[in-house]
Design a protein around this ligand. Structure first.
Ligand SMILES: [Zn+2]
Length: 345
């Protein structure tokens, strides 16, 4: 027999909202920083991941890019990250945000960057059976023209593992402003890439940021999107259209200072029937892992086991992989769930 905690730990899962550098462990981060002479705010693991707010976190997140400089280092981090997530959270498929504009600042070009990441993730797929896709992320603090330039680079460098375009960080003015990147997203769609964007997350954001992502950019998914519950009309629409939302419970306690309880915006989204799936966002920086998001995050939100099971399956439908890969994932999940469901006390 399994109790709910064991059931949620063993539940097969996807993760669609995961930043590659955040799959490093604290030990790797400190070792890599020493190797490349990158100063960290502190090497005290107890304080290394304390942030005042989202902006403060983004500074630390940016520094993590500077400790990874070669394709070999990227491959190793990517590989180890999969191994750890398979152990901690029964991960079966994951999509990664990679920010080429941050790696370019330390001299790592797009193709060697991607080849390193793909090499590590492919090796992990062969060893652990965990599939993946890569979503190239635009940093919102670049200009609209630089965003277009990045998407053009993705188009000029065909790699089947790169399945989509996203956007993270905040604009130079500290806003989300999805509409700023309309040209980049138009080009991404023309190139046949899937699209998603961080929107409706931050304290300054509003439901209009989610609306702009849907109406101006026409994205396939929304990352975070929590402000949607502040606008009943928009909420009804995203339920009706079953727009997937990639939500990350534990990160909200740090970036927004929210308490994980049944009044939390993610709990209200799930209650309203929004198509939610669950991820870590930045496991390293928020001291979380995929298992913890379900076992602690969802439980604190008041989500029961059958609902958690449904959210895990939502991740397959919302993934940017091929229909064949989705069918294989569904079959694998169904097999595992048959055993798990029977064992749940
Ligand atoms: Zn994110």
């Amino acid at each position: 027999m399994l109790d709910v905690d064991d059931y949620l730990r063993l539940l097969p899962k996807t993760e669609l909202h995961c930043h590659l550098v955040s799959t490093m462990t604290a030990g790797m981060l400190v070792a890599q920083a020493e190797k490349h002479g990158v100063p960290l705010r502190t090497t005290d693991p107890a304080r290394l991941f304390d942030y005042r707010d989202l902006q403060d976190f983004l500074v630390a997140f940016e520094a993590a890019h500077q400790v990874l400089r070669t394709p070999e280092e990227l491959a190793q981090v990517a590989y180890d990250g999969v191994r750890i997530a398979a152990e901690d959270g029964a991960l079966r498929y994951r999509e990664y945000f990679v920010n080429p504009q941050s790696f370019a600042e330390v001299g790592l070009g797009y193709r060697p960057l991607m080849e390193g990441v793909i090499e590590g993730l492919s090796r992990a797929q062969a060893d652990f059976g965990i599939g993946f896709g890569i979503v190239v992320a635009i940093r919102k603090d670049v200009t609209p023209a630089q965003a277009v330039e990045l998407v053009r680079l993705v188009g000029d460098t065909p790699l089947p593992e790169v399945v989509g375009i996203g956007a993270d960080y905040l604009t130079a003015e500290g806003t989300e402003d999805p509409a700023r990147f309309a040209d980049a997203y138009r080009l991404a769609k023309r190139l046949g890439l899937k699209t998603t964007i961080h929107a409706g997350e931050t304290p300054n954001a509003s439901p209009d940021d989610v609306r702009a992502a849907l109406d101006v950019l026409g994205v396939d998914r929304i990352d975070h999107g929590y402000r949607v519950v502040d606008d009943p009309q928009l909420l009804a629409r995203v339920v009706d259209e079953q727009i997937p939302f990639d939500c990350t419970p534990i990160s909200t306690t740090i970036c927004s200072g929210w308490r994980l309880d049944p009044q939390h915006r993610i709990a209200r989204m799930i209650e309203a029937g929004v198509n939610v799936n669950i991820s870590t966002d930045d496991a390293l920086f928020f001291r979380t892992d995929l298992g913890r998001e379900y076992r602690e995050g969802l439980v604190a939100l008041g989500v029961d086991a059958p609902t958690a099971r449904r959210l895990a399956l939502n991740g397959i439908d919302a993934a940017f992989c091929s229909d064949d890969e989705k069918a294989a994932l569904r079959a694998r999940f169904a097999g595992e769930l048959l055993t798990l469901d029977a064992m749940l006390a």
